[in-house]
Design a protein around this ligand. Structure first.
Ligand code: ADP
Length: 481
């Protein structure tokens, strides 16, 4: 990364230097040309002044006059510091009257077509830069019409633009570039450090993941962006940790459930096997005992079936995958039907059933609501005394159906009240088993209530009785399809 920063920095520096050099080269070149042009124009004006009185030089100029001009021009040139300066005098028809460089001005071609001469003829000073066939060098020409308008004076000098300057300032320029690069390197290294160092620290801290450690410690950094990264990472780590512990907890619950479930299934299977072996051995000869054993086998099978059904019910409710058929459910007729079904059990336990149902209609699955009511009512009967009562009251309150199942039976001690909804939890294991309980009834009730987004309350006092109050929405929430 450091190298990348350095490379970028150098690139930027290079581009900046190139662009600024090109711009300065262009403007300085222009300025230099303008200055040279002005200087040459001044010389042209001076020559014109010194030739004053020679003219008029238009038309046919005698050799003598021309020779005079040539002499004057050579003399002026001799006084100029610029040894390569060239002075030319041209008549307005383009005939060269004098020239300090040509071997013989007489043989020189007509200069009328020269760019600077054309411009001078129009009255303004004319400028041109071009390669001269006469001096074999790049020249700057400045020409101007004489004061009396009869001839043109042209001065020229070798002109290479900035080239000469450039060569002379080259060492300084290179030194400057080297210095700029050195400074840029130091600055970019320092700058890269301010970013790479924190990033390296952060990534070193992140290595903790490999040892499954999530307590990251990050420093406060100069750049907010880096602090955002470290804070976001910390938050993420926290969430991951929470997620992991939730998964671990769920795993534990599931393991417990499986071990409990297999344990519960083992009991009826052992019973079935025991009675089946006894019958198989042929030790039981009398019909009455055989019938008793067969009944016990059937009872154990029944228990197993109930247990498996309850387990399936819970797992479906938990995954919310239950294939639920919803309908407009009239709770009063359903209660009548349930009472008919549990009446024999109530009679067996000598418990009286009472019901008080308002005509409540809710949108629900008959199967689930029947299961819920059955579990609560049968519990009220089972965990009761002979002569006890179970009251079922159904009504509506606001948008909810309210179901109350109350008994005056054994009641549940305070310490057990929260736990009775756990799977396989029984207060009195022996009694529950004797009565065919699976320990899953209240857990199923709780799951059904949660499935409908309802809520539940348990009021109970040991040896006085219990009351389960359940509130379920009359209409299902939209998302549950
Ligand atoms: P079980 O199959 O054992 O009845 P439940 O989940 O229905 O399982 O109930 C869990 C335990 O809660 C029962 O074993 C019982 O000890 C206690 N319990 C449930 N309902 C009542 C009640 N109405 N009165 C007293 N105890 C109850």
């Amino acid at each position: 990364m450091k190298r990348a920063v350095l490379f970028r920095f150098s690139m930027i520096l290079f581009v900046a230097l190139a662009v600024s050099s090109a711009i300065s080269y262009y403007f300085m070149g222009n300025k230099l040309l303008a200055d040279n042009e002005t200087n040459l124009l001044n010389i042209v004006r001076m020559i014109d002044y010194s030739l004053d009185g020679t003219g008029p030089l238009s038309g046919n100029v005698s050799k003598e006059v021309s020779g005079n001009i040539q002499e004057k021009c050579t003399a002026i040139k001799g006084r100029l510091k610029d040894t390569k300066a060239r002075i030319t005098v041209i008549s307005v028809d383009g005939t060269v009257l004098a020239d300090t460089e040509a071997e013989s001005y007489e043989g020189m071609e007509n200069h009328l077509e020269r760019q600077e001469i054309q411009a001078a003829l129009s009255g303004k000073p004319g400028y041109a830069t071009r390669y001269s066939e006469t001096t074999h060098e790049n020249m700057l020409y400045v020409a101007a019409l004489s004061a009396d308008g009869s001839y043109i004076v042209r001065a020229a000098t070798v002109y290479k633009g900035l080239e000469d300057y450039f060569l002379s300032i080259m060492p300084m320029l290179l030194l400057g570039i080297a210095a700029a690069y050195a400074i840029a390197t130091i600055v970019s290294f320092r700058f890269a450090d301010t970013i790479t160092k924190p990033l390296m620290e952060i990534s070193a801290e992140l290595q903790k993941i490999h040892t499954n450690t999530w307590d990251f410690q990050f420093k406060q950094y100069r750049y907010d962006e880096l602090n955002i990264i470290s804070e976001a990472t910390m938050r993420l780590a926290q969430e991951v940790q929470e997620h992991i512990s939730r998964l671990e907890f769920e795993k534990k619950v599931r393991q417990e459930f499986f071990s409990n479930a297999s344990h519960e299934l083992k009991t009826p299977i052992t019973a079935i096997r025991g009675y089946a072996e006894l019958l198989d051995n042929g030790f039981v000869s009398d019909e009455e005992t055989r019938g008793k054993f067969i009944k016990r086998i059937l009872k154990a099978t029944e228990n197993m079936t109930q247990l498996i059904e309850d387990i399936l019910m819970i797992s479906r409710l938990e995954t919310k995958e239950a294939e639920v058929t919803f309908s407009r459910l009239h709770l009063a007729p359903l209660m009548d039907e349930i009472f008919d079904a549990v009446e024999p059990i109530a009679a067996e336990y000598k418990v009286t059933l009472h019901q008080e149902c308002e005509p409540v209609v809710m949108e629900a699955s008959v199967k689930q609501i029947r299961e819920l009511l059955m579990n609560l009512i049968v519990n009220g009967i089972k965990y009761n005394h002979p002569g006890g009562n179970v009251w079922v009251k159904i009504g509506a309150s606001g948008h909810n159906a309210v179901i109350r199942v109350k008994d005056d039976g054994m009641g549940i001690g305070e310490e057990d009240q929260a736990r009775v909804f756990e799977r396989f939890y029984r207060v009195d294991k022996g009694r529950s088993k004797k009565m065919g309980g699976t320990g899953l009834g209240l857990s199923i009730v709780k799951h059904i209530v949660e499935f409908y987004d309802g809520y539940m309350q348990l009021k109970s006092r040991l040896n006085q009785g219990s009351e389960f109050i359940i509130s379920l929405p009359l209409q299902r929430a939209e998302e549950k399809g």
